[in-house]
Design a protein around this ligand. Structure first.
Ligand SMILES: [Mg+2]
Length: 318
């Protein structure tokens, strides 16, 4: 087997220029790359504007399912990013709703149970589905075994689980009823597998994958992961945008989602992944991986082609 070359550090004007010249299209993760929760990472806006001036194409691909595409458009605008339209943003709430149609052939009009935030509900409504659960206020109460909400609606055709900060026993107990119903026959879609995400104030916070895996464990069921590193998700983004795989770079801060997404998808002819150190992965983490790839599951696929301090650093020399 071939041992993957060590990643190249982008640390000079020459290496930054060469990187930007090599790629026409960029896929950007958001948390830890563009922002930390509600705060933009300083200097990132300048890099995006530089890419605009160069005529480069880009979209944003986030495993965070809490916000709909429309919510992300507003968030980008509020932070001063110009021209970010709905078709440039791919959150996994959108991918989960696409999977209803593409993977399970569930027609619009069907009811779908949600454990997650309003992003999933909004994307469902936009495609003509009827969300149940989710942000329903009846789920915000202390657990009561006689609660009506614990009774399964037999018309529900799928369950989508994603990130939420409103994780309580009533929500997980009601979701479990759907996952167990009728011999566990209702499809179970997970919006992501992220354990944590980088929050403000240097905090590492629990991410949606922890919610999904909680439900996986308690129901003893596998789920369809529609988020990064799913190559199905990548292929649909490339085809929607007409991006040439060999001229596309994935930029992210998480090895087992973002970097694996770019590597497994053979972006840039096998060298299309750029790790930024502005989020959850720090230089010692990367060094540990490079020195011990076999102590990680599928470790070779986690090694980025390139790494850099932050997306802002990319244009500091230009
Ligand atoms: Mg991230």
């Amino acid at each position: 087997m071939t041992i993957k070359a060590a990643p190249v550090r982008i640390n000079s004007r020459e290496s930054a220029e060469a990187l930007i010249d090599r790629y026409d299209n960029f896929l950007f993760d958001c948390d830890g790359v563009i922002w930390l929760d509600e705060k933009a990472i300083p200097g990132v806006l300048r890099t995006i504007e530089y890419l605009n001036a160069k005529g480069k194409k880009y979209v944003f691909v986030t495993n965070n399912s809490s916000k709909s595409r429309q919510d992300y458009v507003s968030k980008f605008a509020k932070m001063g990013f110009k021209g970010i339209t709905k078709d440039k943003v791919y959150p996994t709430c959108y991918a989960a709703v696409a999977a209803l149609k593409d993977n399970y052939k569930i027609e619009p009009g069907a009811k779908v149970w949600v454990l997650g935030d309003s992003g999933i509900e909004q994307e469902l409504i936009e495609e003509g589905y009827i969300p149940l659960g989710g942000t329903d206020e009846r789920l915000n109460v202390a657990f009561n075994p006689n609660d009506e909400i614990l009774k399964v609606d037999p018309e529900v055709k799928a369950v989508i689980v994603g990130s939420t900060k409103e994780f309580n026993y009533t929500r997980i107990a009601s979701t479990l009823q759907y996952l167990l119903y009728n011999n566990k026959s209702i499809p179970f879609i997970g919006a992501n597998i992220d354990r944590t995400y980088p929050g403000p104030e240097g905090l590492i916070l629990p991410a949606g994958g922890s919610v999904v895996n909680y439900m996986h464990y308690t129901s003893s069921r596998e789920f369809l992961n529609v988020g990064k590193p799913s190559t199905v998700f990548l292929d649909s983004i490339l085809s929607h945008n007409g991006f040439d795989r060999s001229k596309t770079l994935m930029v992210g801060d998480t090895l087992y989602t973002d970097i694996k997404f770019g590597n497994d998808g053979l972006l840039g002819d096998g060298s299309g992944s750029l790790l930024v150190l502005s989020g959850g992965t720090k230089l010692p983490d990367l060094n540990h991986l490079i020195q011990n790839p076999h102590s990680f599951e599928d470790g070779e696929s986690l090694i980025p082609s390139f790494f850099i301090e932050s997306l802002a650093t990319l244009t500091e020399w230009l």
